[in-house]
Design a protein around this ligand. Structure first.
Ligand code: GLA
Length: 618
């Protein structure tokens, strides 16, 4: 597994100490053609889990209360989640965020702040127990989540310094993050307290450097940062991934495979690329603020990441800001647009406003069963975007044949038209289609090849379209991103992308340029770097694989290999300036098909490649 080899390198580096700087400088080394990670695995190597088969839904107090969270509020919100009908619609998790820990005791256990969570106090117990709380949540038919950090300290200790609810005691007692206590903490949280979900933050390895004021003042122990915010080369992705891997293993051990593991490293340290190996969901961006602009940035952090998401593993552009600021009850257009984008992107739906006093108009949005059904579609495909000026059109292939969801979204403040063609929907040109407008709760009649809509400022329209697939025997790779795993991405320091860009993408090269070079239909392919390996769950459903491999950049030839259940079934070389040649491969009865692109040894800047016009035939 690629990530394990990264971790191995970390170990080597830390063993070598200073000398190791020459080896990695905190950046994963590229796979080389000889690298065992480029050999077929015969597996779909994502985080082992039975949890989060659809994106998690629930509520988290952070956006409403920050550290001013207490048990009464959380219990009442949980009750409101049931009473408003939201629980019936799928909202299940009630998560406690930062602020619950009082101090770490000399034996390493954590004492709960029982002044805020009174039911946790137990005669004779110095730590207290969340059992009465989780029993209450479970009794409502819901699930419960808790929060920790991979470092020694949490985010609120650094960023909510004025809060009256921070941990107390000596420097060591205030180290309520899981660093050095991973197994013990996870065991307590899952085995003793019976939580179902853990959110693991990362400020402890980012924000306690020797130069910051509270550290200088002796309040917190200094630590060299493993994450330098916004700066991948200065961060240590290997080490961060390793800490999450240890916690993920502990979650498996004590929570079982049905426990949900949420990675909160804000898209830093390449976490959107390895998150799927280590947890069920991972943040792709900084914390959402309650502004339109912040929401746009969070959308952009995730919109091209369809190849990274699927059942059990989801991109997380953060909790919903609905109910606050630009998305409050005075801004229903924006609230609807926000919800539209989260559902089309298969994002977790974690509400963050006070549900005890929810305006009905907001419940109508976050509780819309047809919008929720799109988010929760069992195929788990994240939508794929088309952009044109301020308009974004995002198409999501749903489970049922011929069913698509499409979101039209206006980023700007001027009304615009937006459209989508039958071809972009993967539906037969000129065929009839039924169109359901999910916010207007109306069915439309459509004729012609294009659906055109008018969008007001910040407006969004969400449609569910049922039609005739372009070719009923074909499934294009862009229609099945949830069944594709970017096992090795070919990313190197030389090819480093700006933060937030994914090295394997649908419809474009990794740098966003078109998949030129292999003719018509090219955009229905995958762009990646050479020295990459994709794992595809074919699940014995297909007879044939058709693809047009092409080299998109550089001056080197690339070897393209297709494997069916680890058996090499095609091996071709394509040159940089060559006309691309389509190939066909028999994959009958294959469970896992793998696509490997190999650059010759010694190439510093790995070429970008395309698996163009790629489809399976039934
Ligand atoms: C970070 C996380 C937030 C929240 C706070 C708690 O900022 O990204 O979601 O958990 O910490 O302090």
């Amino acid at each position: 597994m690629p990530s394990q080899s990264r971790i191995h390198r970390t170990t080597v580096r830390s063993l070598l100490g200073g000398v190791g700087v020459l080896l990695a400088v905190g950046f994963p080394l590229s796979a080389t053609a000889q690298d065992p990670s480029l050999a077929p695995s015969g597996r779909f190597s994502v985080y082992r889990t039975t949890a989060a088969q659809t994106p998690p839904m629930g509520w988290n107090p952070w956006n409403a209360f920050r550290t001013d969270v207490d048990e009464t509020k959380v219990r009442e919100v949980a009750k409101a989640m049931v009473d408003t009908g939201l629980a019936r619609r799928g909202y299940r998790f009630v998560n406690i965020d930062d602020g619950w820990a009082l101090k770490r005791l000399p034996d390493g256990r954590i004492r709960i702040r029982d002044s805020m969570f009174p039911s946790t106090a137990r005669p004779g117990s110095v730590t207290g127990s969340f059992r009465p709380f989780t029993d209450y949540i479970h009794g409502l038919g819901l699930k419960a989540g808790l929060y920790t950090d991979i470092g020694r300290n949490t985010c609120a200790q650094r960023w909510d310094a004025e809060s009256p609810n921070l941990p107390v005691g000596t420097v060591v007692e205030r180290q309520v993050g899981s660093y050095g206590h991973a197994v013990q903490d996870i065991r307590t949280i899952f085995a003793d307290w019976k939580f179902d979900y853990i959110k693991i933050d990362a400020c402890g390895v980012a924000d306690y450097t020797p130069d910051v004021a509270p550290v200088k003042a002796g309040l917190y122990q200094a630590s060299d940062p493993l994450i330098v915010r916004g700066n991948i080369p200065a961060s240590d992705p290997n080490a961060v991934e390793h800490l999450y891997a240890v916690l993920g293993d502990a979650v498996h051990q004590w929570g079982g495979e049905d426990a949900t593991m949420s990675i909160c490293a804000w898209g830093e340290a390449l976490s959107p690329l390895w998150g799927k190996m280590r947890g069920n969901l991972w943040r792709t961006s900084p914390d959402i603020e309650f502004t339109w602009q912040s929401m746009l940035e969070n959308i952009d952090s995730v919109i091209d990441g369809a190849l990274y998401a699927g059942p059990g593993h989801w991109n997380d552009p953060d909790m919903l800001a609905i109910g606050h600021g630009d998305f409050d009850v005075e801004h229903l257009t924006e609230a609807r647009a926000h919800f539209t984008m989260w559902t089309i992107m298969a994002s977790p739906l974690l509400l963050g406003y006070d549900l005890r006093h929810s305006p009905a108009a907001l419940l109508d949005i976050v509780g819309n069963p047809e919008a929720i059904a799109i988010d929760q579609d069992p195929a788990g495909n994240q939508g794929v975007p088309y952009r044109s000026g301020a308009a974004m059109v995002v198409v999501r292939t749903l489970r049922d044949p011929g069913e698509r969801a499409v979101a039209f979204f206006n980023r700007g403040t001027v009304p615009i038209d937006a459209n989508v063609s039958r071809a972009q929907l993967g539906l037969a040109s000129g065929s009839a289609a039924t169109v359901r407008d999910i916010w207007a709760k109306k069915d439309w009649a459509t004729t012609g090849d294009t659906i055109t809509v008018k969008l007001p400022a910040h407006g969004a329209i969400l449609l569910r379209v049922a039609g005739t697939p372009g070719d009923p025997d074909a499934v294009w790779l862009d229609e099945m991103p949830a069944r594709i795993n970017v096992a090795v991405d070919g990313l190197t320091q030389a090819t480093a992308l700006p933060m937030g860009q994914f090295p394997a993408r649908i419809g474009t090269a990794p740098d966003g340029t078109p998949l030129h070079g292999e003719g018509a239909g090219a955009s229905r392919g995958i762009g990646a770097f050479a020295n990459s390996r994709l794992e595809i769950r074919a699940d014995r459903a297909f007879r044939r694989f058709e693809v047009t491999p092409a080299v998109l950049s550089g001056h080197h030839s690339v070897r393209f290999r297709v494997y069916a259940d680890r058996k090499l079934v095609k091996d071709v070389v394509a040159g940089p300036a060559q006309t691309a040649v389509p190939i066909e491969v028999d994959v009958s009865s294959a469970k896992i098909v793998e696509l490997v692109a190999l650059a010759p040894g010694g190439v510093a800047r790995l070429p970008m490649i395309a698996w163009g016009s790629a489809r399976f035939m039934r």
